[in-house]
Structures are given as structure tokens and as C-alpha cells.
Design a protein. Sequence first.
Length: 432
Amino acid sequence: MTPQVIGLIGMGALIVLTFARVPLGAAMGIVGLAGYAAIDGWTRALVVFGTTPFSLSVYAFSVLPLFILMGAVATRSGMSQELFIAANAVFAGRRGALPMATIGACAGFSAISGSSIATAATFTPIAVPEMRRFGYDLRLATGSIAAAGTLGILIPPSVIMVIYALAAEVSVPALFAAGMIPGILLAFLFIVVVWVIAHVRPDWAPASPPLAWRERVRGIRAMWKLGLLFAFAIGGIYSGLFSPTEAAGIASFAAIVLGFATRKLDLAGLWACIIETLRTTGMLMFIILGAWIFAYFVVQTRIPVLLTDTIRDFGLSATVVILIIIAFYIVLGCFLDSVAIVLVTVPVFLPVVTGLGFDPVWYGIIMVVVVEIGLITPPVGMNVFVIRAQLGDVPLGTIFAGIVPFLAADAVLIALLLVFPDLALWLPRVLY
């Protein structure tokens, strides 16, 4: 058999193992090892298998547990509640104010969380009871949280962006900068969706009572902790004072100090955050290890080169190819989680995309936006299941129905990024 045929068999085997609920890291490692052996022999395959784990000991990977720890500490210290109060102070008095405040709070929390699932899980018990109390339709209440939760992997710092940057060998600071404008724009588009729903279906979004200016200012002041952490985590990187790892470490330490100083965190809570960080990091590292072994196998198959040559033979334009890849990602997002999608597809599609002249940083942002859609679409829809687990009396169909209008915002952002790639590339070009 040719390496290309072996590669296609391997990818089919990976899909089968994934649906059989084999852990993703193990599935990619098994397929990568067996496929590499089929092409280049067991001796070379075992050498790759034995040496790849040492590749994870590089300094760049230390940024992952540090950003994860910062998000865990910030969540346990109650910063999410303060953000919701501040966002509500901004939007109070408008029809649909609470969903808008939820989106604004999720956007702010994304700047210290880096995880969509964590963002959705954090704001469900905070926002949904309030929206129920004021008579909001559950479709709008849950749909706004599920959609806004996806901002967690687009607004930096983002765990998924770090993973993509390491897999694609691009700059983490450049990728963070590239996600800033699209992330803010998507949050604005989500708010526009709520505004439209509130005017088309006013029974879904009653008007909330207005707040006095003094109360608004008091609520907005509660964001000072977020501002401080963001200054350390992102401002330090962009100013050139810190590397990404140094910024993550300083911001994590600052979050711990703030938690203890405000008496929102104790030693037991800090230990729980450390355990959560270790578990999450261990899971991610295991998946990355399997993905790297699988990537070595994909390179041996020369499938990316074959795809590029096929595209040239068919005479497809670069835009058509990108649209096909986006459609593929949307379908894939219905079955795999975001980490799996990035690690499985980057070795295959990135050479094709860069061969067509696209910037890998821009492509990373496109990938993250499309992966976001997978987080809120069936049958996987991890954000949806996280919300459902905390709202036992709300059917899944209600949440999915509430998500549908927000998908239009994702579609608009993708279209804008295709037409105006500088939405993602301008800020990295200015800063670097």
C-alpha cells in the first residue's frame, strides 16, 4: 500500500476509535504508532514513540498550567459574580439587559479564564436564576450563556490558542493579539442578536429596572481585579515586559494574592485550584502527546502535499478551499471537542492553507471561531451539556433552540474575517 492509502486508513481508524470512546490521546497515539510502523518500520516508529514525550518538557508548555491556574483561582475567588454585577450596571434599564450583561461578563471573564466550558459553567448558576426571576424566556437565557461562553477560547488568554500556537509553531503573543479584535467584535455581535430578539420577541426579554448613576459606578468599580489581572497577563506580554509564561506566572500569583487579600480564597480553596489545574494540564498533555505522534505519522503519509496538489489540479480558488475547510470543521465540531479538532487537523490542513498563501495566524483565528460553533451545536455541544448539567429542569432542546439566533453572529464574524483579514492581522502587525 502507498503511504497515502495507509494515511487514509489511519484517519478512518482514528474516527472509529473516537466513536468507540477510546481516550483521544490514546487513540491518536495508537494510530500514529501503528501507521508510522506500517510506512517506515517498527524500529523507527518505536524510536519516535519513545522520544516524543521528552518534547513536552520544553519551556513553552509551562504557560498552559499557569493560565489554567489563574482562571481556576479567579473563578473560586468570586470574580465572575463581580463581573456580572459590573456588566449589569452598564446595561441596566434596557430590554434584554440581563442577557447583554451576561455576554459582557463572559467576555470579561474570558480575559482571565481561557476556557469556554469554564466560562459557561461559571455563569450558568449566576445569570440563569436572575433571568428567571425577571421573567426571561429560558431559550434566550440559556442560549445567551452557551454562545457567550464560547468567547472563552477567542478572547486572550486562550488555552486553545496556546495549543494551536504550539502545534502550528506560531507566536503565542501574535495569536493572542490576533484574537483580541475578533473576540470583542463577536461579543458585540452577540449583544446585537439579543437586541434584535428583544425587539422581535419582547415577551422573551422584559425590560429591567434602571440603576442610578451612583450604583452604576459602584458596580463598574468591581472590575478592578479583572483589570489588574488582564494588565499582568496580556498587557505585560504586549508591552514587552514579560514573556507569555512569565506573564501567566505573575498573573496567577496576583490572582492568588487578590483572593487571599479579599478573603475570597483560603488554603483549602487554593489546594482545590491546584488539583483542578493538575488534572486539566495532565489531560491536555496526554492529548498533545498523542497528537504529536499522530502528526509525525501524517507527515510520513504526505497527505498534506497530496491535498495541495489535488487542489491545484482542480483549479479551486483559495477562497473556495477555505470555505470547504470551514464546512468540514463545522461538521467535525458536531462530534469532537475543540482540543481534538485542533490537534487532529492542524498537521493535515495547515500546510495546505499556508501553501495557498494564507497567514497561519489568521488561519488560527478562523479555526478558533469555527471550533466555537462546535461547542454549541449538537450532538456534542460541550457548552450545552455543561449548562444542562446545572439546570436539570431545562430540556436540551430548549437550550439548542436558544442558540440558533447566535449562530448568525458567528457566521457574520467568519464572513468579515474572510473579507477583511486585517481584523485579525492588524493588531499583531502593529505590536510586532
